[in-house]
Design a protein around this ligand. Sequence first.
Ligand SMILES: NC(=O)c1ccc[n+]([C@@H]2O[C@H](COP(=O)([O-])OP(=O)(O)OC[C@H]3O[C@@H](n4cnc5c(N)ncnc54)[C@H](O)[C@@H]3O)[C@@H](O)[C@H]2O)c1
Length: 260
Amino acid sequence: MQITIPHPVLKGAKALVVGVANDSSIAYGCAKALRELGADLALTYLSEKARPHVEPLARDLDATLFLPLDVSVDGQLESVFDAVGKQWGELDILVHSIAFAPKEDLQGGLLDCSASGFATAMDISCHSFVRMAKLAAPLMSDGGTMFAMSYYGANRVVPNYNVMGPVKAALEAACRYLAYELGPQGIRVHAISPGPLKTRAASGLKDFELLLNEAARKAPVGELVDIMDVGWTCAYLATPFARRVTGGTVYVDGGANIVA
Ligand SMILES: NC(=O)c1ccc[n+]([C@@H]2O[C@H](COP(=O)([O-])OP(=O)(O)OC[C@H]3O[C@@H](n4cnc5c(N)ncnc54)[C@H](O)[C@@H]3O)[C@@H](O)[C@H]2O)c1
C-alpha cells in the first residue's frame, strides 16, 4: 500500500496537547516528541497559578496557541476548541494527559471513596476525554489520532491506586468505543499505558517509590521509562506508519506488564 510520508514525518500536523504542568509531565514529553517530528502545537495550562510553570515550556516549543483549560470549568473546553478552529481550521492530533481525584478519596481504599470523589475523578480523568473527542472530531476532517493516558492499575490491582483503577478501566473502555465510533472518519484512538514516572500527579499516590522499584525490577528491559519514551510512542502512533492501529492500550513500560 502506498503511503505518502512528509519530512519530518509530522511536518505541519496540528496537535493539541493537554496536561503540561511542568517539565516532568508526561504531556511535556509528548509535546516535545511531536514538535521534534514537525508538528505545530497548541498547549494549555490549568490556572493562573500554573501558568508561569508552563509558559516557558510553551515558548521553547514554539507553541502556536497557549490557552487556559480547566476541564471542570464550564465553557473552557469549548473556548479551547474555538481557538484551535479559528487558528488552524483543522486538528490532527489530540493528547489528553490529565487526571485528578480528591486526595482524601484517592488515599483511602475504594470502599471509602465518596460518591462525589468518585464522580469528580471520573469526570476530570475520563469523561473529559469523551468531551474533547466530540469537539476534536469535526476538526479532524482528514482523519487524526487521539491519545489518553492510562495505567496498568486499570486491569490489575495495584496497591494504593484505589479509585483510579476503575477510572482508568473506564478510560480504556472509552478509548475502544471512541475508536469504534470514529474509525469510519479515519480517526484513531489510543490508550497509552506508561510505567510509573515521577510526576506531580504520581506524588499523590501512597508509597509511589515502591511502585517505581517494582517496575524497574519487573521490566524485561531492566529500567524505568521516561517521558520521552511515552512521547515517541505517541508520535509514532500519530504518523501514517501506524495508520491501521487503533483502539488498543499501548504499554510503554519496558514490558513490565507481561511479567507476573
Ligand atoms: N506518572 C505516572 O506514573 C503515570 C503513569 C501512567 C499514567 N499516568 C497518567 O498520565 C497523565 C498525566 O499525568 P502526569 O503523571 O504527567 O502528571 P502531571 O501532574 O504532570 O499531569 C497531570 C495534569 O493533569 C492536569 N489536570 C488536573 N486537573 C485538571 C483539570 N480539571 N483540567 C485540566 N487539567 C487538569 C494538571 O494540570 C496536570 O497538567 C494522567 O492521566 C496520569 O494518570 C501517569
